[in-house]
Design a protein around this ligand. Structure first.
Ligand code: SAH
Length: 392
């Protein structure tokens, strides 16, 4: 809210949980141009509806508690109850004074997603269909590996990127997920696993483009990685995958230490623009230049994802070009043979073509893995998630 008082002082009242980083930046820029004096004053909520406590970051919760006269160290205690002890109400937080619990329940909820359906594949992977509060749906996929699980989560309902080979794209973007809804996918699946094989890896490779929902994704990822108060996943085991929103890459490198995966999928601009319209805005050179400048921690590499589509991007020529393009980047490569779905216009290459492509990359010393996506029989593989999108 911006109020202009008679002394020509513009007062900003930042309702912290409502404003994202981008919004604050925009408002401040506008105000500084006007030459007015700026007073920033974080205030508590003035909302009628209670907010989901998972929507706010640890820093925001500390500020809110301070504002309410509660010692900030209580924040860790509260978050531990939510993320590590899976509390569903503030009432159970018995090591907090009654008044604090009451205050929290007056302002917040601790929501869960409604599990609408769980499908299990022959290969053991499991697809969760979650219904959101507004009746929209998203999907998450739990993938069993040798001795742990990987969970693939969504960042948006639908997607605006219009990648030609991806089923999620067909329904367009419905809306961004809130930070709470992103974190909830992980928190709720952990509860469902009831201590069976450990969930250790999180990939944001489900529905949506994570960097197009930046503020919520970064908040969620930081809660997922928060080791003393949040879900405690190692940032080494969290991967954000992007179609190539170059304008956000530097932000991601600054705001987190999670792994970065880039869906490259082609080695020339004509093919990439045909497959991924975002390439018209950020062509291959611009994208790879941003990758080369990305602040990587020691021993980390950027994962380059490459969906192999028969006759489109799977030639040996393509493989050779890829090795050259990636030279300035500390990269490893994931080859994903195209996963078909009803009505798609692509095909998966023959196994010998995939093997020949891989061989060229390996010979150039790139660590290359062919990712045969699991869960094909339940439409849970890469690019097959639709979550009733067509009718939501
Ligand atoms: N928007 C993000 C994350 C979602 S897509 C991104 O583009 O990275 C996750 C991965 O699935 C991407 O690498 C994408 O290229 C791949 N993918 C999409 N459709 C596919 C399909 N039909 N077969 C195989 N991989 C697919």
């Amino acid at each position: 809210m911006i109020s202009n008082d008679c002394k020509n002082v513009v007062t900003f009242i930042l309702n912290l949980p409502c404003f994202g980083y981008k919004a604050v930046k925009r408002i401040l820029k506008k105000a500084s141009k006007s030459g007015a004096q700026i007073v920033i004053q974080p205030v508590s909520w003035r909302v009628n509806k209670r907010s989901d406590i998972k929507d706010i970051s640890r820093d925001q919760l500390v500020l809110w508690l301070k504002d309410q006269g509660v010692q900030p160290y209580r924040c860790v205690q509260i978050m531990k109850w939510i993320y590590q002890r899976q509390a569903d109400t503030f009432e159970v937080m018995t090591d907090l004074a009654k008044e604090i619990r009451k205050l929290l329940s007056q302002h917040f909820t601790i929501s869960r997603l409604k599990t609408s359906q769980i499908e299990t594949s022959q290969d053991g992977s499991r697809k969760y269909l979650f219904e959101l509060e507004d009746g929209k749906y998203v999907e998450s996929v739990l993938i069993p590996e040798k001795d742990h699980y990987t969970l693939c989560i969504s960042s948006q309902v639908g997607c605006a990127q219009r990648c030609r080979f991806c089923l999620t794209a067909k329904g367009g973007l419905v809306r961004n997920l809130t930070a709470g809804e992103i974190v909830a996918q992980v928190r709720d699946v952990i509860l469902d696993l009831k201590g069976s094989m450990r969930l250790t890896n999180i990939v944001l490779m489900g529905m949506g483009e994570p960097l197009a929902n930046y503020d919520n994704v970064i908040k969620a990822v930081n809660t997922i990685a928060d080791s003393d108060a949040g879900l405690g996943f190692s940032s080494r085991r969290i991967t954000v995958s992007t179609a190539g929103l170059v304008s956000r890459l530097a932000d991601l490198g600054r705001d987190s230490t999670v792994n970065l995966a880039i869906s490259l999928n082609a080695t020339d601009n004509a093919t990439r623009s045909m497959l991924m319209p975002i390439n018209r805005k950020y062509p291959i050179e611009t994208l790879l230049d941003a990758c080369a400048r990305y602040p990587l921690l020691p021993r980390r590499r950027i994962t380059i994802e490459y969906v192999l589509i028969k006759g489109v991007n799977d030639s040996e020529e393509n493989a050779k070009r890829l090795t050259n393009l990636l030279r300035p980047i500390r990269a490893k490569i994931n080859l994903i043979p195209f996963n078909p779905y009803e009505g798609c216009d692509g095909e998966r290459p023959e196994d010998c073509v995939i093997a020949a492509f891989k061989e060229i990359l390996t010979r150039s010393h790139y660590t290359t893995i062919v990712r045969y996506s699991k869960g094909q029989d339940i439409s849970a593989a890469c690019g097959q998630l639709s979550a009733n999108l067509m009718n939501s």
